[in-house]
Design a protein around this ligand. Structure first.
Ligand code: PGA
Length: 250
């Protein structure tokens, strides 16, 4: 399977001009790359300006969506609206959404199912906090999140799911997860999927790593931890650095 490198711009940049510049630079940097899939997830407002500029280079993704299709839900964006803009991927259940917006596994599950029915590919983020890690609860947390977030997702839909293992303590801290620990978590995630579905589905699932990924550390996750790519936050705002990260996954 091709590795998948996802740029999560989060709440950046603040102007359309900067967004276009970053899209252009990223597009230029990856234009000849064929053996990896590169997804760029800007804030919603920059999605409408992005697709034409992204063609041929990267694939567009969003950072969130709502589970209802339309109606009286002020401030929300539906999976169907994203699909209409030809967006392919959507990040669901990022730890920042779980933390700052109190997203529950039940809500994340609704978003996953709605995204799949709109033909979007959800990138489901899972991972333990520092406290959970310190109290040896990583396995319990991963199992609970994956089981609840994927409840009702059919076997045949699993080919459109990506799981991002993002230990919360590694995000934005510069304290990236070690290769050994990441390898352990990725193997454990495959075990859960194998139990919920079957071995073949687990083996073919793309599991990517996220949390302080930089060009200096990225290659080792592919070579030694069994990751099928990365979810890159801060470093994706620097096109040169992001392109280096993409190249480390080829
Ligand atoms: P980071 O963020 O690369 O800035 O740690 C990763 C993420 O939150 O997806």
């Amino acid at each position: 399977m091709k590795n998948l490198i996802v740029a999560n711009w989060k709440l950046n940049p603040i102007s359309q001009k900067e967004a276009k510049t970053l899209l252009d630079k990223t597009k230029r940097g990856i234009k000849n790359i064929k053996n990896a899939d590169v997804v760029v997830c800007p804030p919603f407002v920059w999605l409408a300006v992005a697709p034409k500029r992204g063609k041929g280079g990267f694939i567009m993704g969003a950072q969130n969506c709502f589970w209802e299709e339309k109606g009286a839900f002020t401030g929300e964006i539906s999976a169907l609206m994203l699909a209409d803009l030809k967006i392919n991927y959507v990040i669901i259940g990022h730890s920042e959404r779980r933390k700052y917006f109190n997203e529950t596994d039940e809500q994340i599950n609704k978003k996953i199912k709605k995204s799949l029915s709109a033909k979007l590919k959800p990138i489901l983020c899972v991972g333990e906090t520092a406290e959970e890690r310190d109290s040896n609860k990583r396995a319990e947390v991963l199992e609970r999140q994956i089981t609840e977030d994927l409840k009702g997702v059919k076997k045949e839909e699993m080919k459109n799911i990506v799981i991002a293992y993002e230990p919360v303590w590694a995000i934005r801290t510069g304290n990236n997860c070690s290769v050994d620990e990441t390898m352990g978590s990725i193997l454990f995630i495959r075990k859960i999927i194998s139990k919920l579905y079957k071995r073949e589905i687990a083996d073919n699932l793309r599991i990517i790593y996220g949390g302080s990924v930089k060009s200096e550390n990225s290659g080792s996750y592919i070579k030694s931890a069994g990751a099928n790519g990365f979810l890159v936050g801060g470093a994706s705002l620097n096109a040169e650095e992001f392109v280096k990260i993409v190249k480390s996954a080829l």
